[in-house]
Design a protein around this ligand. Structure first.
Ligand code: NAP
Length: 291
């Protein structure tokens, strides 16, 4: 397929590379041009604006930091909305708010364009190795058209419903669960370290108990305090907790643990951890325990 790919950060670069490997024709745009040029060496065409990347494309994929970045890249001068043909589809893989996903769906509909939300689970290493999980939602025909793209970037894909924002709700709840797990590791490790039990011993027990790669990866990162360089920045993690709380407020579903996580992430920011990996939120519990 002819694809426009907008946003070549830690996640987007690997995803775009896998689309090229699968034989798709990919035109890329990134605010910082050097990242586009790196992909040109691997067969991508480089565009000077999102609109130029979208010319003649059947689908545009965006993988940008947050609502604001997506808004600028979609509705700004020479944005995706201006460049995408009618009938073409915009697939947004960024972790954005449910409210903004509804706005994107409505704005694209008014222009005769299709819109899908297709956020992903998996860190940059998984993006590079085509091991992401894609959770998509939107018009079934548009989903069918984009299936070869999901196949090119993921090990499995799931459909959450016919309203794009439903996929964003699933993604936010997934990240809420991962953040809760990291917080519980932080608290348990603090108690164990003060009890003279080696956190690595605890890892063995916990991995035998839960048997999950997510538990295994994050517990090792936290036990080894391997927070730099960040695979997923704490600043973006805080964004996701805030978006979860917004979605919870929209449908009056109280999430007391998400409220607590927001304060733990804020405490991490206050201690200068904004650019560290989001798993470094575990340091907050350690600090609270005087460690
Ligand atoms: P990242 O490495 O920080 O990359 C962010 C991308 O957004 C870059 O291409 C950046 O362009 C662009 N961008 C930021 N602000 C912009 C603006 N105002 N205008 C235009 N472009 C802008 O982030 P990432 O880790 O790839 O994450 C991307 C999205 O995926 C986020 O929504 C994140 O929550 C989600 N996600 C991340 C992970 C993970 O483990 N990292 C996993 C799943 C989902 P520049 O290159 O010019 O800065």
């Amino acid at each position: 397929m002819k694809i426009a790919f907008i946003g070549l950060g830690r996640m987007g670069s690997g995803m775009a590379r896998n689309l090229l490997r699968a034989g798709h024709q990919v035109t890329v745009y990134n605010r910082t041009r050097q990242k586009s040029e790196a992909l040109a060496k691997e067969g991508a065409h480089v565009a000077d604006s999102p609109a130029a990347a979208c010319r003649d494309a059947e689908a545009a994929i965006s993988m940008l930091a947050d609502d604001r970045a997506v808004e600028e890249m979609v509705f700004g001068d020479s944005g995706i909305a201006a460049g995408l043909e009618s009938n073409a589809v915009h697939m947004s893989s960024s972790t954005i708010s449910t409210a903004f996903a509804r706005m994107l769906a409505s704005e694209h509909r008014q222009r005769g364009q299709a819109y899908l939300s297709a956020p992903v689970f998996g860190r940059p290493e998984a993006a590079e190795a085509k091991k992401l999980l894609v959770v998509s939602a939107g018009d079934p025909q548009a989903l069918d058209r984009c299936r070869p793209l999901f196949d090119a970037i993921s090990r499995a894909s799931f459909v959450a419903g016919t309203e794009p924002w439903q996929a964003n709700a699933v993604k936010l709840c997934g990240n809420f669960m991962i953040a809760s797990m990291m917080e519980t590791f932080g608290e348990a490790f603090a108690l164990l370290r003060k009890s003279n039990v080696d956190p690595h011993f605890f890892l063995e027990v916990i991995n035998a108990l839960f048997g999950s790669p997510v538990y295994a990866n994050y517990s090792a990162i936290i036990a080894n305090e391997n927070f730099q360089p960040a695979s997923f920045g704490l600043k973006l993690g805080l964004k996701d907790i805030r978006l979860t709380l917004q979605a919870a407020e929209e449908c009056a579903a109280p999430m007391p643990i998400a409220s607590l996580l927001r304060d733990q992430f804020l405490s991490a920011v206050a201690h200068g951890q904004e650019e560290a990996d989001w798993s470094s939120v575990a340091k907050v519990a350690a600090r609270n325990a005087g460690l």
